[in-house]
Design a protein around this ligand. Structure first.
Ligand SMILES: Nc1nc2c(ncn2[C@@H]2O[C@H](COP(=O)(O)O[C@H]3[C@@H](O)[C@H](n4cnc5c(=O)[nH]c(N)nc54)O[C@@H]3COP(=O)(O)O)[C@@H](O)[C@H]2O)c(=O)[nH]1
Length: 949
């Protein structure tokens, strides 16, 4: 629909109008042709009539010549003066003509007569005088052949000239002439037509002014002259003659002008006037009849057609209305409606309407199928569109939000598009984007050349993708490391080849890489070079002075008691201490020297500019001195000294690794020598150290290899001598060194952080052994297990004790835990809570090595302990050192007052035993009763004791 309102004109009316037009047209044409035919017939008829009339006139003229000839021949014969022989024959003839001419004229047979002699001289003339050529007369005389002529000058005269023979002799020529009136009257009488003769008049003399004609004669002149004048007024003169029709007083006349034939001089026309009104009326009447018949026919045809088309048109109208249902998709309704058309009467058989109904039904079914398909496809298209929209939005969102620079550019680097992230990074806006060139963002000329060569290769298809890295400075000058992927964009032939470049900002990664690279060579805490870097620098320095008389010294520095600081004050304090310590060391060396952190609390210094060992010693002394001052880390005042090992190239090693190893060994030697000092590498001590190191390595495997053993030393009641307890003491059955006592490996285990697994093994083993003994009937006693300081501090203490009891099934009151005096008193905040819990759990707690540390008797009452073990060093002096005896006595007295049991360890002699018994010591442990025994031996011991009892 074009939206313009169109006037509706029903098919019925269209057919009606068409039929009317066609029928009227046909009828009109028929009438036109009929009229034309009638006119033509009339014209032909008129032509025939006119021709016959003119022919009749011409025939009459021709016939009149014969009569003139007869008259001319007759005249000489009528000689009325034959007796007068004195006058010439011609004169006699002339007299005769004189006498008779009037009679001739009256009869109308001659209107003029001329007589000529032999010389063509006119002898006499009668009637109208017209000019006759002398030559013609002479020729008639000479040739003796008659001459006839028609001349129309001021009047039309036909004449005949004949030679005359008088008295037997050729005497002259006689001419007789006559006007044409007789012809006109003769024909008029025959035909009842009005006839006239008009002459070509001299210039300006015509009656028919416009035509220059003069009416010579005309029948019914009073009426007809007017007609001729009207013709000459309204029509053009045709010299060849013609007919004209004019209307006068309700009558139609045809006026024919036909040239008079045979005129020798001048010109004349026949005029024939005929009233043709009747003929024309008849033609009109015929035409009217045609038209009336036609109109009647048309009306009849229209009525019949209307009746005939009534039903089909109603059918089409209805069908047309119903077809609109198709457009609104009411296909079923449409078919239902069409069913009524099918059911109409078909006595006359089916016709086009049935075909139309069938076609419409088929069409509706096809349309319905098409509609269904269209709906289906529309649905699917809508889904596809939505999916595409989603995908497009996703891609667009991705392009715009992804932290990627996504640009398109031509092979010269001229940018065609840049996503939002890229615009921000490259500091571009809509304006500058059009002028921007990717190449300008590249920092180095080589990068630019490489880019151009790469794009060329991409365009030529030599590469499918190219990856490059570049550095980009953004609008504020920040550096961005970008990793680019360049691919060629597929485009239509003839389009400008474009490159899609996707740049990922890998600044963070690059930073991380740089950081990692830095970290590979540096210690992040102190920001000093690490072991690796140190080693590399050291090797370089060694290479430099190799073969020359110069030295390179290495100082290996370890903070003394740093571990304690770390464990007691926490790692954050430890870290700060390391930083400050780094600065202190750094202040003691030159810029040309190198300070590195080896790890933990170990540092190394490379001295490249020392002349000899003394130079290195000077630096070491300075460092030692620097650490004499306490450190203030927050609120803590910490005293940390250092132990320094020194090695010298080439004296103590030919390469960096050896030098550092030997400096490390020397540092341990310094530690072993009491710390807070430096030590120059000593081969001898190194060997001892190596052994120790080797033992440490073996100890790591000892627990897994089941090389540890427990020996058991009885604890005996001082009064009853009954075994009331047993202490588990660990031994190591070393594969090559034999059975090693704990003093050989417990400190090493503490140092190598192996004391936790070792202590847990002892705890488990002791509990299981005790439970086993109880099961086989040994008397109930406590199993004492030593806890190292690190074990007490360790978070797993409670759990491991609970597990040992649970796994073994040992009752808590059969377990005694010995804790060292020093550790408990130094770190009460770490120990007291745990110990209180264990004690409340029913476990006996004993304080070991009492008297060796900073024992504060007053402090004892605050600690959750049940027993106190007097150290062997006091016991051994009983009977030797009164002082120690006093201490033992005081300790016993105090323990009694605090309700603590006292165990004296290391009792070897009777004197010692008695002293202790006398002073109230409840439990005795020592070689006096038994050395620590393997489990079987201990059982034997118990059994033998039982037997004795
Ligand atoms: N953390 C742990 N420490 C343990 C463990 N096992 C032992 N130790 C500690 O090792 C130190 C040495 O022990 P050891 O060589 O076993 O010596 C013990 C006894 O053999 C010894 N002793 C006992 N009576 C006498 C004696 O009359 N004379 C003499 N010369 N020595 C004697 O004393 C040690 C027991 O001391 P104590 O533990 O203080 O009761 C030692 O300090 C053990 O603590 C372990 O498993 N874990």
């Amino acid at each position: 629909m074009d939206g313009t309102h169109r006037k509706f004109l029903s098919l019925r009316w269209k057919i009606f109008i068409l039929l009317v037009v066609v029928l009227v047209g046909v009828q009109g044409m028929y009438a036109f042709f009929s009229l034309s035919q009638l006119n033509e017939q009339f014209r032909q008829q008129r032509e025939q009539i006119n021709e016959s009339e003119v022919a009749r006139l011409d025939g009459s003229v021709e016939a009149s010549y014969q009569r003139l000839l007869e008259a001319a021949e007759l005249l000489p014969l009528i000689d009325t003066s034959q007796e007068d022989h004195y006058i010439s024959p011609l004169a006699r003839l002339s007299q005769t003509i004189n006498l008779k001419f009037d009679a001739f004229q009256l009869t109308g047979s001659v209107n003029a007569a001329y007589l000529y002699d032999s010389k063509a001289r006119m002898v006499g003339f009668w009637g109208e005088k017209v000019h006759i050529s002398e030559a013609d007369i002479q020729r008639v005389f000479d040739t003796e052949r008659p001459l006839r002529k028609l001349i129309c000058n001021s009047i039309c005269l036909r004449y005949v000239a004949i030679p005359i023979q008088l008295d037997g002799k050729k005497q002259g020529v006689l001419m007789v002439g006559r006007f044409l009136y007789d012809v006109i009257y003769e024909i008029k009488q025959q035909t009842a037509l009005d006839i006239g003769l008009v002459l070509q008049a001299p210039e300006g003399a015509g009656e028919l002014g416009n035509w220059g004609l003069l009416i010579n004669s005309l029948t019914n002149r009073s009426q007809n002259q007017e007609l001729l004048e009207e013709v000459s007024l309204h029509h053009r003169f045709k010299p060849e003659g013609g007919s004209y029709v004019l209307e006068n007083n309700g009558h139609y006349y045809e006026v024919l002008f036909s040239p008079l034939k045979g005129v020798s001089e001048g010109g004349a026309y026949w005029v024939i006037l005929d009233d043709i009104s009747g003929h024309l009326l008849s033609i009109r009447q015929s035409l009217m009849n045609y038209l009336l018949l036609g109109v009647g026919g048309i009306l009849t045809a229209l009525i019949l057609l209307s009746l005939l088309l009534q039903k089909p048109i109603s059918f089409f109208t209805l069908l047309a209305e119903e077809l609109s249902q198709l457009s609104s998709g009411e296909f079923s309704q449409f078919r239902h409606t069409l069913a009524q058309f099918r059911n109409r009467d078909k006595t006359l058989g089916e016709d086009e309407r049935d075909l139309l109904v069938k076609s419409a039904v088929l069409l509706s079914e096809q349309l319905e199928r098409l509609q269904d398909e269209v709906d289906e496809r529309t649905d699917s298209l809508e889904k596809s569109r939505q999916a595409l929209t989603k995908e497009r939005d996703f891609l667009f969102g991705l392009l715009e939000t992804a932290p990627l620079v996504i640009i398109t550019q031509n092979i010269k680097g001229q940018l065609r598009s840049v996503n939002h992230f890229g615009q921000q990074l490259m500091d571009l806006d809509g304006k500058s984007l059009r002028k921007a060139n990717f190449i300008d963002s590249l920092q180095r000329e080589e990068e630019r050349q490489e880019f151009l060569s790469n794009t060329q290769r991409l365009v030529e298809g030599l590469e499918s993708e190219v990856r490059t890295d570049s550095v980009l400075l953004d609008g504020v000058g920040n550096r961005h490391d970008l990793s680019w992927l360049h691919v060629r964009l597929r485009n239509s032939q003839g389009d400008e080849p474009l490159i899609l470049s996707i740049g990922m900002d890998i600044s963070d990664r690059k930073r991380a890489e740089r950081r990692l690279q830095w970290l590979a060579n540096h210690d992040p805490l102190t920001e000093r070079p690490n072991r690796l870097f140190f080693m590399s620098c050291m090797n370089d320095a060694i290479e430099k002075c190799r073969g020359q008389d110069s030295h390179v010294a290495v100082l290996f520095i370890d903070l003394d008691r740093f571990k304690e600081v770390n464990d007691s004050l926490g790692h954050s304090v430890g870290d700060k201490l390391l930083k400050v310590a780094t600065r202190r060391i750094s202040d003691c060396i030159r810029d040309s020297d190198l300070l590195a952190r080896q790890g933990g609390d170990e540092f190394s210094v490379l001295l490249t500019s020392v002349r000899d060992l003394e130079g290195a010693e000077v630096v070491a002394s300075k460092i030692l001195q620097a650490f004499q001052q306490p450190f203030w880390i927050g609120e803590y005042e910490i005293v940390v000294t250092v132990s320094i090992g020194i090695s010298l190239f080439p004296d103590h090693g030919a390469d960096g690794a050896t030098l550092i190893k030997h400096a490390d060994v020397a540092m341990f030697q310094a530690k072993d020598s009491g710390k807070n000092c430096y030590y120059i590498y000593d081969v001898e001590k190194d060997h001892q150290r190596f052994e120790r190191f080797s033992l440490g390595a073996d100890l790591r495997k000892a627990i897994q290899n089941d090389e540890l053993l427990l020996y058991y030393q009885p604890q005996v009641d001082a009064i009853s001598n009954r075994v009331v307890g047993v202490e588990a003491l660990v031994r190591w059955q070393h594969p090559t060194a034999g059975l090693l006592p704990p003093d050989r490996f417990i400190p090493l285990a503490e140092e190598l952080d192996l004391i936790i697994p070792l202590g847990e093994w002892v705890l488990r083993e002791a509990c299981q052994q005790m439970q086993a003994w109880i099961r086989i009937g040994l008397p109930k006693m406590t199993m004492a297990v030593n806890l190292a300081g690190q074990q007490i501090a360790h978070e797993r203490l409670i759990k491991s004790v609970e597990e040992a009891l649970a796994d073994s099934g040992l009752s808590a009151d059969c377990l005694e835990l010995e804790v060292t005096e020093n550790f408990v008193i130094q770190q009460p905040e770490v120990t007291v809570g745990k110990l209180t819990y264990l004690r409340e759990r029913g476990i006996t707690l004993a304080m070991d090595d009492f008297g060796t540390g900073y024992s504060s008797l007053s402090y004892l009452k605050k600690l959750p302990i049940d027993r106190l073990k007097i150290d062997r060093s006091f016991v051994k002096d009983i009977g030797v050192d009164r002082g120690d005896e006093s201490i033992i006595k005081a300790t016993l007295a105090m323990c009694h007052s605090l309700g603590l049991e006292v165990v004296a360890e290391g009792v070897e002699t009777t004197e010692q035993l008695n002293f202790l018994r006398e002073n109230g010591c409840q439990i005795i442990q020592g070689y006096y009763f038994s050395k620590p025994l393997p489990p079987e031996a201990f059982m034997d011991y118990i059994c033998s004791q039982k037997a004795q009892a």
